[in-house]
Design a protein around this ligand. Structure first.
Ligand code: 7RM
Length: 655
C-alpha cells in the first residue's frame, strides 16, 4: 500500500468546474457542506421533502448504534415516487427508459408506458400469490423487464433479490435459498458478444434444489426460438410466460403503503467468508439516498439523457439505472450487451445515437477503451456529453486523464464516486459544480456524510494512509445482513472496539493536504476484479470441492485492465498429478460453480502452501509470488523453504 500512496502523492493536477457548468449546476454553493455538517438531520429532512409521502414521518433518525432507523413513522411507496408522480405532469410522455439490445433491437418506454407495465406486473405478482414482505428473485439480462420487475415488486411491497445474469446455477440456487424466494423471474436468454446466455436453462438447474419457489415467470427475449433451443421445458403449473400473464393483467395496481423501514430489496455481495451476504436496504432511507445523490452528483436536469452502464445485477444498476434517476424523472439509457460488440465503438455509437449527456461507467471499461485506442470514440459525435462518472474501483490517474481528454474532450467534469452495495448510494465524490477534481481522488464525502481515516487502534490520521471509516449514519445505509444480524455487527461495526458507531467499509485510503480522500482498495480478503467483488474464500471453497484439490489459497494480483486478477495456489490430493488440462479443468470448474467472473487467471500447483505456525495461510507472501516481487518477511513461517520452492515453481510454470 505504501508504494501506491507515494505514487498518488505525485499527482497535483487540479481541475476546477468549467464556469458555465458551475453557473448552471445544482447545487453550486460550497456552503452546502457546512450547512449539512452543522445539522445533518435538517439536511436529510430537506432531501426527504423531495419525495412524495403517504404519511409524514415523525423523527428523521433513531440511532442506536449500530442500528439506525430513518424517517421513523413515515409511509410511502417507491414505485409511486418513481412513476405516479411523473405521469401526473408533462413528464407522462417523456422517455423513461431508452433500451437497446445487443443485436440492435430498440424500445423506448415513456413514463406512462413504464407506469402501465409496472402496475400490470404488480398485479401479475399478486395473482401468483405474492404478498408484502415475500421475496422475489430476479435473474434477467439487461432488458426493460428487469426494471419493470423491480418496480413491480416495490409496488406491492415484495422484496426483490436481483441475481446477476452472469452467475451460475449454484450461485442462483444459494441466493434463492438464503432468503427463501417464492417466485423467480427469468428469461429464455440474453445476448452477450453475439452468444446467448441460457438463463432459463441455468434457472432450471438451480430450481432442482429451491423448494421455496412456487412460480417462475419467463420473459421471451428470443421470439421465434422454439422451446427446445432456449430451455428444456416450460413446466406446467410452475412456469409462466411473462407476456401471457401481462396480456390479461389490469393496468391499475393499488400501491402498498410501506413503512419507511420496510425492506425494499436484498442484494447479495461477497464478503470474507465463502457465503455471500444478503445486504438489506429499506424503503425511505434508500430512496432518499438514491434520489439525492442522482440529483446532486450528476446534476440531473430535465433534458438530460443519463447512461449508467452497470448491470442491474449490481448495486450500481439498482441505484443509478433504476431508482435514483427514475425518482428524478430522468431519461435513462439501458444497453444489454458488451462494449466491443460488434465493434469496439458500441458505447460511443450509443452515446451519439441517443444524445447521452451523462455517462457513468467503470475504470475497468475505461482502461479497455484506452487499450483499444482513441480512434474508436473519435469516430463519433460526443459533443452532447457534459458530465462523466466513474465507479467500482480506484481509477488510475492515467485512465482518468484519458477519459477526460478522449471522451469528455477536456470539457466535461469527472465525478469519481466511491460507495458500496452496503452504503446504497454514493458517499465520497465531487459535486461537479463545486469541487475541483484531481485525477485518482474521489475527493470528499458528500454533504450529510462524514468520513475519517483511522489506524487499527482507532487513532485518527490527518494526512497519510489508513483505514476508511464512516463516522455518522446515513439514510441509505444497509440495515442488516439477511438472516444474520450478528454478522452485520461483526463485519461493519466491530473494527474499533470502543466505538460501535463507526462503520468500517473494508477499504484502505489516504488523505492529502487538501483533505481529499484517495481510495486504495480492499484491506480484507475481498478481490475487486473488473469492478466485481469476489471473496477469496468463495473461490477457495469452489476449488476444494473438486476431487483433485486438497487445499487452495486465492489471492489478487495487479492486472492492467481488470485492476485485479485472480491467482489460485492449489495442492493436490494423493494420486492426482498436475498438468495443463487439470489447470484448465479447475478454471472451468470455478467458472461453473460461481460464474465466469470468478474464474482464476492463474493456477499454481504446489506441494505445500506457506503457513504460519498457527496454521494460517500467508496470503501476503502468495501475493508477492503472484506479482513477481521479492518476498517479504518469511520469519514467521512454519517452514520457510515452502515459499522459496513455490516461487521457483511459479516462475517456471508461468514461462
Ligand atoms: C458501487 C460498488 C464496493 C467496493 C468498495 C471499493 C470499490 C467502489 C470506488 C471503489 C475506489 C471508487 N459497490 N470501489 N467505487 N474504489 N474508488 N470510486 O462498486 O459493493 O460492488 O463494491 O468497490 O473497494 O469497497 S460494490
Amino acid at each position: 500500500m505504501s508504494s501506491d500512496i507515494e505514487a498518488l502523492l505525485q499527482e497535483h493536477r487540479k481541475f476546477e468546474p468549467p464556469e458555465a457548468f458551475r453557473a448552471a449546476a445544482q447545487p453550486n454553493d460550497p456552503g452546502i457542506y457546512e450547512r449539512a455538517a452543522a445539522d445533518p438531520e435538517a439536511y436529510w429532512a430537506e432531501q426527504a421533502a423531495k419525495l412524495e409521502w403517504m404519511t409524514p414521518y415523525e423523527r428523521v433518525l433513531d440511532w442506536k448504534p449500530p442500528h439506525a432507523q430513518w424517517f421513523v413513522g413515515g409511509k410511502l411507496n417507491v414505485s409511486v415516487n418513481c412513476l405516479d408522480r411523473h405521469i401526473r405532469t408533462a413528464r407522462r410522455n417523456k422517455a423513461a427508459l431508452v433500451f437497446e439490445g445487443e443485436p440492435g433491437d430498440k424500445r423506448t418506454l415513456t413514463y406512462w408506458d413504464l407506469y402501465v407495465a409496472v402496475n400490470q406486473f404488480g398485479n401479475v405478482l399478486r395473482s401468483l400469490g405474492v404478498k408484502k414482505g415475500d421475496r422475489v428473485a430476479i435473474y434477467l439480462p439487461m432488458i426493460p423487464e428487469a426494471v419493470i420487475a423491480m418496480l413491480g415488486c416495490a409496488r406491492i411491497g415484495a422484496i426483490h433479490s436481483v441475481v446477476f445474469g452472469g452467475f451460475s446455477p449454484e450461485s442462483l440456487r444459494d441466493r434463492i435459498n438464503d432468503s427463501q424466494c417464492k417466485v423467480l423471474i427469468t428469461s429464455d436468454g440474453g445476448y452477450r458478444r453475439g452468444q446467448v446466455v441460457p438463463l432459463k436453462r441455468n434457472a432450471d438447474k438451480a430450481l432442482e434444489e429451491t423448494p421455496s419457489i412456487e412460480h417462475v415467470v419467463v420473459v421471451q427475449r428470443r421470439p421465434g426460438i422454439t422451446s427446445g433451443e432456449a430451455f428444456d421445458e416450460i413446466k406446467e403449473g410452475r412456469d409462466h410466460w411473462w407476456h401471457r400473464l401481462m396480456r390479461h393483467a389490469p393496468i391499475w395496481c393499488e400501491p402498498e403503503t410501506m413503512d419507511a423501514e420496510d425492506i425494499l430489496f436484498v442484494l447479495y455481495t461477497s464478503g470474507t467468508t465463502g457465503k455471500p451476504k444478503g445486504i438489506v436496504h429499506t424503503t425511505a432511507g434508500y430512496l432518499v439516498g438514491a434520489e439525492t445523490s442522482s440529483r446532486i452528483v450528476f446534476d440531473l436536469k430535465e433534458d438530460d439523457v443519463f447512461w449508467c452502464t452497470a448491470d442491474v445485477g449490481w448495486v450500481t444498476g439498482h441505484t443509478y439505472l433504476a431508482y435514483g434517476p427514475l425518482a428524478n424523472g430522468a431519461t435513462c439509457v439501458m444497453y444489454e450487451g458488451a462494449p466491443d460488440w460488434p465493434e469496439k465503438d458500441r458505447f460511443w455509437e450509443i452515446c451519439e445515437k441517443y444524445g447521452v449527456t451523462i455517462l457513468y461507467t467503470a475504470p475497468t471499461a475505461i482502461r479497455a477503451f484506452m487499450k483499444w485506442g482513441a480512434h474508436w470514440p473519435a469516430k463519433h459525435d460526443l459533443s452532447r456529453l457534459r458530465l462523466l462518472g466513474s465507479v467500482g474501483e480506484p481509477i488510475n490517474p492515467e485512465a482518468w486523464m484519458w477519459y477526460r481528454e478522449h471522451i469528455g474532450h477536456n470539457r466535461c467534469p469527472i465525478v469519481d464516486t466511491w460507495w458500496q452495495t452496503e452504503t446504497g448510494s454514493i458517499v465520497i465524490s465531487p459535486l461537479p459544480g463545486i469541487t475541483a477534481t484531481t485525477p485518482g481522488s474521489a475527493t470528499t464525502p458528500l454533504p450529510g456524510y462524514s468520513a475519517s481515516l483511522l489506524h487499527a487502534d482507532g487513532t485518527e490520521i490527518g494526512v497519510g494512509g489508513g483505514l476508511l471509516a464512516l463516522t455518522r449514519p446515513w439514510p441509505s445505509m444497509l440495515r442488516t445482513i439477511w438472516g444474520d444480524d450478528e454478522r452485520y455487527v461483526q463485519t461493519y461495526f466491530a473494527k474499533w472496539k470502543d466505538r460501535p458507531d463507526l462503520y468500517f467499509p473494508g477499504d484502505g485510503a489516504k488523505r492529502d493536504e487538501d483533505g481529499y480522500f484517495w481510495i486504495l482498495g480492499r484491506v480484507d480478503d475481498v478481490l475487486n476484479v473488473a469492478g466485481h467483488r469476489i471473496g477469496t474464500m468463495e473461490v477457495e471453497s469452489a476449488l476444494v470441492e473438486h476431487p483433485a484439490v486438497a487445499e487452495a489459497a486465492v489471492v489478487g494480483k495487479a492486472h492492467d485492465l481488470k485492476g485485479q486478477a485472480i491467482a489460485a495456489f492449489v495442492t493436490l490430493r494423493e494420486g492426482f498429478k498436475y498438468d495443463i488440462s487439470l489447470r484448465d479443468e479447475l478454471r472451468q470448474f470455478v467458472g461453473d460453480k460461481i460464474g465466469a467472473i470468478a474464474r482464476p487467471d492463474d493456477i499454481l500447483f504446489s506441494a505445500d502452501l506457506p503457513k504460519t505456525r498457527s496454521g494460517k495461510i500467508m496470503r501476503r507472501l502468495l501475493r508477492d509470488i503472484a506479482e513477481g516481487r521479492a518476498l517479504g518477511d518469511t520469519t514467521t513461517l512454519a517452514d520457510p523453504n515452502v515459499v522459496n520452492s513455490l516461487k521457483e515453481m511459479y516462475e517456471s510454470q508461468e514461462s
